[in-house]
Design a protein around this ligand. Structure first.
Ligand code: AHG
Ligand code: MN
Ligand code: MN
Length: 340
């Protein structure tokens, strides 16, 4: 017997019934993100065929080279969110300032969106999985088209968050705070179909993901964790396997399905690590917690960090709960001497 197929659109509408006073704005916002994801996916898939590869020659606000696909994805999401009318401002990794959406339908919209339009840009040219990460907050400003303060909310205030992984297949995974659901794009019908309902981290994960090439710069707690992960101990599934793609979304997604921990630690040179709080750490932390996992900066819950600037960075320890807790134990041991 064939299983019933639930598309992302149907699923969003069904879930809206859980919120009897909802006017459907969040549902429409999620739908708009799904549409932009399909447009970006189309472009990602033909990246090897057309002249979309290579660097544009600009440097983004983080001082990194911007690839053409980063620009394309940024424009695709901003355009979908601007025309949808449910979002009044966007904070994007590719834009130094927030983008206020000044058209008449959007200016009084309820939500703001923080986004990493193209995550894992160093993997674009080499046909390796890349992604998009988004975070949806309720605006706090009372009128107009969004302010910086609308974005400077703790992750505990997130209304919804998700990611798209453009991999061997394309998946959209999101949460509105009631569990995590994953949808796989069926290219033959152009729809995201529910393929991974109620995603949770499995028990007994044995993968760790970290750019171990930087070992010499890691804090002692992380060095000790790595040494511990490499010890031989059958009872705890060690030695662990090291898996590092270099696209946060793809590394996180694998760990969510297989069980594992992703670490981007602080170093003396970069005491805040590399990853961004608003549109990388927070949305994935919300998903991790909703899937029974954990996300920390080594000492503190990611979702409780008060953001001060929109492009702020944070160290990130995220994944299976017990594995993240082990990394925190090691960080705590050296707390007095470590960068915080
Ligand atoms: P982005 O492409 O959005 O700038 O993000 C890249 C990030 C993240 O995806 C990945 O986990 C990390 O950079 C990899 O950094 P290293 O190359 O330093 O390991
Ligand atoms: Mn990124
Ligand atoms: Mn990016």
């Amino acid at each position: 017997m064939k299983k019933k197929v639930t598309t992302l659109g149907q699923f969003i509408i069904e879930k809206q019934a859980d919120f009897p006073f909802s006017k459907g704005e969040l549902s429409r916002l999620l739908r708009d993100i799904g549409i932009a994801a399909k447009i970006v996916n189309r472009e990602v898939n033909k990246a090897g065929l057309v002249d979309i590869l290579g660097e544009v020659g600009e440097v983004n606000v983080q001082g990194e080279n911007v690839k053409k696909l980063d620009v394309f994805a940024d424009e695709a999401f901003i355009s979908a969110l601007s025309s949808g009318g449910e979002c009044c401002a966007i904070a994007s990794e590719e834009q130094e300032e927030i983008v206020s959406i000044e058209n008449l339908v959007s200016r009084d919209a309820k939500y703001v969106v923080a986004i990493d339009p193209l995550d894992g840009s160093s993997n674009i040219d080499v046909n390796v999985s890349i992604g998009t990460i988004f975070a949806i907050y309720r605006r706090t400003s009372l009128s107009g088209c969004g302010t910086n303060e609308d974005f400077l909310q703790k992750g505990t205030e997130l209304v919804a968050a998700g990611y798209i992984v453009y991999g061997s297949s394309t998946m959209l995974v999101y949460t509105t705070g009631r569990g995590v659901n994953g949808f796989t794009l069926d290219p033959s019908i152009g729809e995201f179909c529910l393929s991974h309902p109620n995603m949770t981290f499995p028990e007994g994960g044995n993968m760790y993901s970290i750019n171990q090439g930087n070992f010499v710069h890691f804090p002692n707690g992380v060095k000790e964790y790595i040494k511990w992960a490499q010890e031989d101990d059958k009872a705890t599934n060690r030695p662990y396997s090291l898996r590092y793609i270099g696209s946060l979304v793809a590394d996180f997604h694998r760990n969510l399905i297989k069980g594992g921990v992703f670490i981007y630690p602080p170093t003396a040179a970069a005491p805040k690590g590399k990853l961004r709080l608003l549109y990388e750490a927070n949305p994935l932390a919300f998903i991790a917690e909703q899937a029974g996992g954990k996300a920390s900066n080594g000492f503190k819950r990611i979702l409780e960090i008060q953001p001060e600037t929109i492009h702020q960075r944070t160290p990130l320890f995220i994944g299976s709960r017990e594995m993240v807790e082990k990394t925190e134990d090691k960080m705590l041991k050296y707390m007095a001497t470590e960068v915080k």
